[in-house]
Design a protein. Structure first.
Length: 231
């Protein structure tokens, strides 16, 4: 059955703002190395960064009609997450559809398919993470669903989950876990700041992380190279 669900529960805007202060790598580690989309999902321009509430779309290859339905249901702060019923790289998003999303408060798109009009989207400063860039366009013929659980680039995404994306990729945080992940991310960043200071002062990771004894147990031996004999 094809459905479009209205009035889903979304994270609070302040939660998305606080979560979005952290990088994708930090959040991924903070929630136990989970939630990361496949690494082929890349931003269409360097420096792209966004955090929003997942508005999910289940579409069919080369058909973007359900993305127009998503624009109809889009609310401020939404990040449109598009999964496909089977693998495809056709361009299902361009600058016109992005303009529609932005007009309704959309903050970005994550699409497990192709994207085009890259120059226009970059000029708009509208962030998109896609599987491919392709000039091949779409049709509008086959109904799918909006705001249902989907698997996008190998990761389960539920409507209203938090989506954070940057140059490192895209990570999903379950709505119920946002506060916990924010707290863990804060602690992780504080630890990393301390480690960065120590490393900059010349300390070695081998000593900071107590790796020398482990390496010895694993059989690593340091030896001195023999000096060449003098004539």
């Amino acid at each position: 059955m094809s459905i479009a669900v209205r009035n889903i529960e979304r994270p609070k805007s302040d939660q998305l703002k606080r979560l979005g202060q952290f990088g994708v790598a930090t959040i991924h580690e903070a929630q136990g190395r989970t939630g990361l989309l496949a690494p082929y999902m890349r931003p269409i321009y360097a420096g792209a960064k966004a955090a929003g509430s997942a508005l999910t779309v289940l579409a069919h290859p080369g058909d973007n009609i359900m993305m127009h339905v998503a624009a109809d249901l889009c609310q401020p702060g939404d990040m449109i997450v598009v999964a496909l019923s089977s693998a495809n790289t056709d361009a299902m998003l361009g600058d016109l559809l992005a303009t529609s999303f932005r007009a309704h408060g959309g903050v970005g798109v994550v699409i497990d398919a192709g994207c085009r009009d890259i120059s226009e989207l970059t000029a708009m400063n509208f962030p998109v993470w896609s599987k491919a860039i392709s000039a091949k366009g779409s049709v509008k013929a086959t109904v799918g669903s909006v705001n249902v659980p989907v698997v996008c680039a190998g990761t389960l995404v539920n409507p209203g989950d938090a989506v954070v994306a940057d140059d490192d990729g895209v990570v999903i945080v379950a709505r119920a876990d946002i506060e916990k992940v924010i707290a863990t991310s804060q602690r992780r960043e504080q630890r990393e700041a301390t480690m960065r200071t120590r490393l900059a002062a010349g300390e070695l990771g081998l000593d900071i992380y107590n790796m020398r004894s482990k390496l010895e147990q694993l059989g690593l031996k340091y030896i001195d190279a023999k000096a060449e004999s003098q004539p």
